[in-house]
Design a protein. Structure first.
Length: 137
């Protein structure tokens, strides 16, 4: 896959997530960067589709952590509403990082020092109402 994409709809962003899902493996930690509405959760829906999860995928904004039993076990985390690092440690965040999970984190900025060093970073950039750019690094 390329390391930069342009997308013109949420479905296209899901398709990029689906393509990306073919490249990941258990144990991977994926960090999603980008403003509110940039398409992070939409991208995760595509990843889960690619991993053959056919249920409903929702934003973990309020639940903080959603877990999906797909082809691989996917842990979807959103730090937007919980910016206190100690609470994430108390929740047991670090236990999720192991070889049986794919961990995907939205708004990881405040917990960077308790996340493994080796991660895949995805940046979503809001260009206009329906256009986004997606960068992988
Ligand atoms: P985030 O998780 O980054 O806050 P969401 O994925 O929840 O963002 O929301 C993205 C919003 O932007 C949705 O309402 C979606 O329909 C809309 N949207 C419009 N164009 C796109 C696009 N190209 N990619 C992703 N989302 C888009
Ligand atoms: Mg989101």
């Amino acid at each position: 896959m390329k390391n930069k994409y342009k997308t013109n709809s949420d479905l296209e962003t899901q398709e990029i997530g689906e393509i990306f899902s073919k490249e990941i493996e258990a144990g991977d930690v994926i960090l999603l960067f980008g403003d509110l509405g940039a398409g992070k959760t939409t991208f995760v829906k595509g990843i889960l589709k690619g991993l053959k999860f056919d249920g409903i995928v929702t934003s973990p904004t309020f639940s903080l952590v959603n877990e999906y039993n797909a082809l691989m076990n996917v842990i979807h985390i959103d730090c937007y509403r919980e910016k206190n690092k100690q609470r994430w440690i108390n929740i047991g965040l670090e236990d999720y990082f192991n070889n049986s999970n794919i961990v995907i984190i939205e708004w990881p900025e405040i917990i960077m020092d308790i996340i493994p060093k080796n991660t895949i970073k995805v940046n979503l950039k809001h260009i206009d109402k329906t256009t986004r750019e997606v960068f992988f690094s």
